[in-house]
Design a protein around this ligand. Structure first.
Ligand code: SIN
Ligand code: FE2
Length: 215
């Protein structure tokens, strides 16, 4: 049988490492529902620059939705059930975001992924995120699902040691990147965002990372 599915000609999943998969444009058909869902989250829990344990302000502005949210202050990095700005629980994880993350994870071989935390990062041109591991979560058997919106970025995919060489992974609006399994603790970061104006998102990059942070 000759397949006539138009998806056949769309960008194909790319395996970047044994348990790291890029789904180019995976979210492109759902951008407006995703943004509609994100808007009330950002009203209830605005982007802010958190302090690092060393007392510096992070270049990336962030907020969260979901039962748990990633926070940083002078006491360290951790997950919190409440937004330190408002003292209230974080806004709920919108179903459209949850569904996207679960489907993307399944495409990458992680069936049954149910995130309880969504970190939302805001990058202006020039903002970078230095190499780090995501290790504040309790269960490293669960993957990280990352959705990119707005200005393009170069994601650095490193190894399990900070000094390992990094792979440069261009990420565009609507791309979803998933890493888990033996890649779960790979170092990663984002190169400084190049100046530009994205037609839908303006002069910014927004990245959502979905995690299973609690037990
Ligand atoms: C992160 O590592 O938390 C964010 C990665 C990204 O912005 O692509
Ligand atoms: Fe990270």
């Amino acid at each position: 049988m000759i397949q006539s599915d138009l998806d056949l000609f769309g960008p194909q999943p790319q395996r970047l490492a044994s348990h790291t998969v890029l789904l180019p444009g995976f979210a492109l058909g759902e951008i407006e529902p995703l943004l509609d869902a994100l808007r009330p989250v950002l009203r209830a829990a605005p982007f802010r620059h958190m302090r690092t344990p060393g007392g510096l302000h992070m270049a990336v502005a962030l907020t969260n939705c979901g039962a748990l949210g990633w926070v940083s202050d002078e006491h360290g990095y951790r997950y919190s059930a409440t937004d330190p700005l408002s003292g209230r629980p974080w806004p709920a994880l919108p179903p459209v975001i949850l569904s996207l993350a679960t489907r993307a994870a399944a495409m990458a071989g992680f069936e049954g992924f149910v995130p309880d935390a969504c970190l939302v990062n805001h990058y202006l041109p020039g903002t970078r995120l230095s190499l780090h591991q995501d290790r504040n979560e309790q269960d490293f058997s669960q993957p990280i699902v990352s959705l990119s919106l707005g200005l393009p970025a170069v994601f650095l995919l490193g190894g399990l040691q900070r000094a390992d060489k990094t792979q440069r992974v261009p990420l565009s609006h609507g791309d979803v990147l998933i890493w888990g399994g033996e890649d779960r603790l790979r170092f990663h970061g984002v190169q400084p965002i190049k100046p530009g104006v994205h037609p839908r998102m303006g002069e910014r990059r927004i990245n959502l990372t979905l995690r299973k942070a609690g037990s």
